[in-house]
Design a protein around this ligand. Structure first.
Ligand SMILES: NC(=O)c1ccc[n+]([C@@H]2O[C@H](COP(=O)([O-])OP(=O)(O)OC[C@H]3O[C@@H](n4cnc5c(N)ncnc54)[C@H](OP(=O)(O)O)[C@@H]3O)[C@@H](O)[C@H]2O)c1
Length: 303
């Protein structure tokens, strides 16, 4: 049976995710974009990457009713580019996500929804509230990208390959209060703490990765595309994946009524488990500050 992956927003990120799905022969792909020409143009370009023996296709539209039958929907839509921090265009983005949530609720009430658009945690929260979907089927993808960046900086700092870094994890907000979890990390089998003086430099580097990147390139696309593709792949291929991702919390990590990055297991039905992991006191208090930052952002959204 051919399944349908729909991607709302066919800009840099949406198109990159579509390219990975098509070139890896995952399933059919639909691009939905406000400007129809962009959706059609990207789908025509990506269609040339369909492998010779693939039975899957890609098409583009501006018509949300074509979402009917989608199994997984990725939201990579955006109405503006932030320059100082990810919550910059929050009111516009929340307005946008409310409209998208209403449409997805109307056309595909049983889809699993992966959010990528920023501000990630705030939009994950509002999408779940507006759609009324199970919180286990509304997943914000970003902390796994932040974790890739954490691993990158550890390997750079210690001049070791990333493959020797184990249990790196970033939790909390996909924003300036994100919390790299150092306490469980080992490098070549030894605790990371035995090899570094403090957490500060790596933490700042991870939080500022996007700012560093922006001094060379207008926006990031490939890292988030690969991290999102891995989740779509796990869902559609019925495999289990363990990553940090944003989900509305109901008591986990002592938090209610907020979405933030926590360690989860994801399978074909969405989030199957929110994993409880041991954190040290510094990490626990940073995570508390991070959830409060997201909560403040949610409260500041104007009706
Ligand atoms: N989670 C992460 O770790 C991560 C990483 C990187 C980027 N991001 C976020 O991902 C989002 C997309 O980034 P990008 O670089 O791809 O942006 P982009 O190139 O500007 O693309 C955004 C696209 O969304 C479309 N759009 C706007 N409103 C829409 C709606 N209601 N329905 C359908 N399409 C709509 C726009 O269409 P028009 O052209 O017609 O306006 C545009 O094609 C941003 O919010 C960005 O911050 C997240």
């Amino acid at each position: 049976m051919i399944l349908l992956i729909s991607i709302v927003g066919s800009g840099k990120v949406g198109a990159s995710i579509a390219f990975l799905c098509v070139s890896n022969e995952l399933d059919d792909v639909l691009l939905v974009n406000t400007t129809k020409e962009k959706a059609i143009g990207e789908s025509l370009d990506i269609a040339s990457a369909i492998p010779e023996n693939s039975k899957f296709s890609i098409r583009g539209t501006d018509n949300y009713s074509e979402l009917v039958g989608s199994d997984v929907i990725i939201i990579a839509a955006s109405v503006g580019v932030y320059t100082k921090h990810r919550a910059e265009n929050m009111d516009f983005q929340v307005e946008m996500i409310k409209e998208i949530a209403e449409k997805i609720k109307q056309y595909c009430p049983s889809a699993i929804v992966l959010l990528v658009s920023n501000p990630l945690d705030v939009l994950t929260y509002f999408f779940q509230k507006i759609s009324g979907f199970s919180r286990f089927k509304v997943i914000g993808i970003a902390s796994s990208l932040d974790t890739s960046r954490f691993r990158y900086y550890i390997s750079e700092k210690l001049s070791v390959p990333q493959s020797s870094v184990s249990n790196a994890l970033v939790l909390g907000e996909h924003g300036d209060s994100m919390v790299p979890i150092f306490s469980g990390v080992s490098v070549g089998g030894n605790p990371l703490f035995s090899m570094i003086d403090s957490r500060e430099t790596i933490t700042e580097n991870v939080r500022n990765y996007w700012r560093t990147l922006r001094t060379f390139k207008s926006r990031s696309q490939f890292g988030i595309a690969k991290n999102t593709f891995d989740v779509i792949n796990a869902i559609l291929k019925k495999k289990e994946i363990s990553i940090p991702a944003s989900i509305v919390l109901d008591g986990e990590y002592g938090e209610h009524d907020v979405a933030m990055g926590v360690p989860v297991k994801i399978d074909q039905n969405g989030v199957s488990e929110i994993q409880k992991i041991k954190l040290d006191d510094t990490e626990l208090s940073s995570l508390k500050k991070s959830s409060q930052k997201i909560r403040n952002d949610i409260k500041s959204v104007h009706d």
